[in-house]
Design a protein around this ligand. Structure first.
Ligand SMILES: [Zn+2]
Length: 244
């Protein structure tokens, strides 16, 4: 995939048993996936699948805990995908929302999460991490989290429609708002996700972020906010590497 994706070596490298990427515009143009349909991917050395599904700004996670087949169709809406299957890349699509990738250092499972303000306030990130713990016996201190490119506090102005649920649903919201003028402010969505993750007992040094704003970087990213319509979305994903 070359330079068309962003990887975070401090989050995960080859020796951690996972592969990951945060996609850019040019990568998205080459990855025309059907939503809900697993697509074969990889080379002769590492065959596998890529799966993304319809996203609905909710808090439900799709768990893929068996091998995929060409016949599989995932018809429904999920904003997080979790798998313990080596070779299955779970992927989410974002334009200004936050892509969040998670893995268990002991190789039990990986997760890809799509967190817009609505899903973030509703707790999709903590819910998915709790699923890794309850269903796959992951331990918080073994979890690693990376927060991808999204609308940044430099640009992401929100109004009452977002501020009202934020103020009622998120404790100490003031620390997430820049230039708060009462009915308008700029929201730091990445900071909200980071706070939720560390609040679960994941160590701050185990949470990395790509501090790029999708609204600022026209060259790299699609942005619904900047473009005023959906021209495309970036794909971000994570894979448990099959053990040889
Ligand atoms: Zn910006």
């Amino acid at each position: 995939m070359g330079a068309s994706v962003i990887t975070v070596p401090a989050f995960a490298s080859a020796r951690d048993g996972v592969r990951h990427f945060f996609g850019t515009k040019s990568h998205a143009e080459r990855m025309a996936l059907d939503v809900g349909v697993p697509v074969r991917a990889g080379d002769a050395r590492s065959r596998g699948w890529v799966l993304s599904v319809k996203q609905v700004h909710g808090t439900a996670a799709l768990v893929v805990d068996r091998p995929l087949t060409d016949e599989d169709r995932f018809e429904g809406g999920w904003d997080a995908l979790v798998t313990d299957q080596p070779g299955v890349t779970v992927a989410v699509r974002t334009a200004d929302c936050v892509p969040v990738l998670v893995y268990d250092r002991r190789g039990r499972a990986v997760a890809a999460i799509h967190a817009g303000w609505r899903g973030a306030v509703a707790g999709i990130v903590p819910r998915t991490i709790e699923l890794l713990v309850s269903r796959f016996r992951a331990v918080e201190t073994d979890l690693r989290v990376s927060i991808g490119p999204s609308a940044g506090p430099c640009c992401y102005e929100v109004d009452e429609a977002v501020l009202a649920p934020l103020r009622s649903g998120v404790p100490d919201v003031q620390g997430l708002l820049h230039d708060d003028r009462g009915t308008k402010a700029r929201l730091d969505l990445k900071a909200l996700v980071r706070r939720q993750v560390t609040g679960l007992g994941i160590r701050p040094e185990h949470v990395t972020a790509v501090n790029l704003c999708t609204i600022c970087h026209d060259d790299l990213f699609y942005s619904y906010r900047r473009e005023g319509r959906v021209n495309g979305t970036m794909l971000s994903g994570i894979t448990l590497v099959p053990r040889r």
